[in-house]
Design a protein around this ligand. Structure first.
Ligand code: NDP
Length: 448
């Protein structure tokens, strides 16, 4: 999208200058700012209050050393991050990513996205994100524990149940959250809901594990229904085989779709009979093995090295649930050529700008990450409420609330897109709806 508004053009130029070497952050900011042009034209008061200039600068960025000792007694050093991006509507909230690709630009892009996503959930949560370049893959439980304890020793100085509440993300599942929570409790001598995604025996919420994948399907179902379609009888390709991919597969299958492919960072499996999810759960959640092991017990399935090829599989609906920029313009064009008519995002920013342009130019129904995958953080918000009340809700209660939230997120995106003359562009709708609430709160609180 080509911007005409000179204030916004200058704003993006400034972001590029001040954040050199951080292409993911620049990409995320550019996508949002480009869709806000019609809002800014109507609301000069927001420019006057410096809302956008403040919005693109994190409130606080913390970078720290994370030393730990491996199983051979050798000292290892990783780098830890927490970016507290925006607290206009509530305490900072956002996950912790543990992956070798993590650096400040990744954490800033995720934190920026989180601000709008959290606003869309209708719950009072600001945006933040954290992580480390530590790779839990191939590490023993003891090594992961020592890393998590060291990470939390520094992080604990900056977070708290009413200040900043981290959660899981890539590489941070129930095991890692448990180790981090234990260390926080030991350091502070207090049992509070300082992390979400906790185990069910110590304050976790039922349905949090399933929430992002289920929520993605609830959002997508609403988007399909608004366009006279459904999951029933459709062929679906899902990338990744982690938390989001597994529970998206479960819910899409329950809604009548056939999921035929899953992947990890090494390659993808294609099963024309439909993915056997029990097998995937055993491989990934219990045994922590690679997805290629799937074909050993499924003779009709094939495994292909490399993850990009998954987008060459013919499907009606694609649900990218692995990582950022996993669908580029070329892959998007292949999807369209093969008849794919819906892409809905479980991962954060999985589509490049060229891919998004390809969807929009070809009338593909496009569910943007910050709306479609907001079910995870929404349910984290519900975990925070349960922790504050010292109560636990049933699976059904949480799932019902999640459904309601995903439906209202879709409606907010749909109506904002219509109000600003971009009907059917749910990306613009999500950005505008998420932005307006935060912007009003920032303006009301003065120049802070
Ligand atoms: P997991 O760590 O459980 O799974 C990640 C999956 O994606 C794995 O299959 C992993 O393969 C694959 N993957 C990771 N990095 C890459 C890469 N660089 N290239 C190819 N494949 C990769 O993470 P989640 O399922 O929790 O997260 C997936 C996405 O969803 C992320 O973008 C995350 O930010 C987003 N998200 C997660 C939420 C949650 O509640 N968990 C909430 C909202 C968004 P491998 O095992 O080989 O690394």
């Amino acid at each position: 999208m080509a911007l005409k508004n000179s204030y916004l053009i200058n704003l993006i130029e400034n972001v590029k200058k001040r954040n050199q070497g951080e292409p993911e952050f620049i990409q995320a900011v550019t996508e949002v700012i480009e869709t806000l042009e019609p809002v800014i034209e109507k609301r000069p008061d927001l420019i006057e209050a410096g809302v956008l200039d403040r919005l693109v600068e994190p409130e606080r960025q913390i970078i720290f050393r994370v030393p730990w000792v491996d199983d051979n007694g050798k000292v290892q050093v990783n780098r830890g991050f927490r970016v507290q991006f925006n607290s206009a509507i509530g305490p900072y909230k956002g996950g912790i990513r543990l992956h070798p690709s993590v650096y400040i630009g990744i954490i800033k892009f995720l934190g920026f996205e989180q601000v709008f996503k959290n606003s869309l959930t209708t719950l009072p949560m600001g945006g933040g994100k954290g992580g480390s370049d530590f790779d839990p893959k191939g590490k023993s439980d003891g090594e992961v524990m020592r890393f998590c304890q060291s990470f939390m020793t520094e992080l604990s100085k900056h977070i708290g149940a009413d200040t900043d509440v981290p959660a899981g993300d890539i590489g941070t599942g129930a095991r890692e959250v448990g180790f981090m929570f234990g260390q926080y409790k030991r350091l502070r001598n207090e049992f509070t809901g300082v992390l979400t995604g906790k185990g069910l025996t110590y304050g976790g919420s039922l349905a949090r594990t399933e929430a992002t994948g289920y929520g993605l399907c609830y959002f997508t179902k609403e988007m399909l229904a608004a366009n006279g379609k459904s999951f029933d009888g459709k062929t679906v390709v899902i990338s990744g085989s982690g938390n989001v991919a597994i529970y998206a597969t479960e819910k899409a299958t329950e809604m009548g779709a056939k999921v035929v492919a899953l992947s990890d960072s090494n390659g993808y499996v294609y099963d024309p009979d439909g993915i056997d999810l029990a097998c995937v759960k055993q491989l990934k959640e219990v045994e922590r093995k690679r997805i290629k092991e799937y074909v050993a017990t499924h003779p009709n399935a094939t495994y292909t090295e490399g993850c990009k090829g998954i987008w060459t599989i013919k499907c009606d609906i694609a649900l990218p649930c692995a990582t950022q920029n996993e669908i580029d313009g070329e892959s998007a064009q292949i999807l369209v050529n093969n008849g794919c008519w819906c892409v809905s995002e479980g991962a954060n920013m999985p589509s490049t700008p060229e891919a998004i342009n390809t969807y929009l130019a070809n009338g593909v129904l496009y569910g943007p990450a910050k709306a479609a995958n907001a079910g995870g953080v929404a349910t984290s918000g519900l975990e925070m409420s349960q922790n504050s009340e010292r109560l636990s809700w049933t699976f059904e209660e949480v799932d019902e609330k999640l459904k309601g939230i995903m439906t209202s997120i879709f409606q907010a995106c749909d109506s904002a897109a219509k109000e600003y003359g971009m009907e059917g562009n749910y990306m613009a709708g999500a950005n505008i709806a998420g932005f307006l609430k935060v912007a009003e709160a920032m303006k009301a609180q003065g120049c802070v």
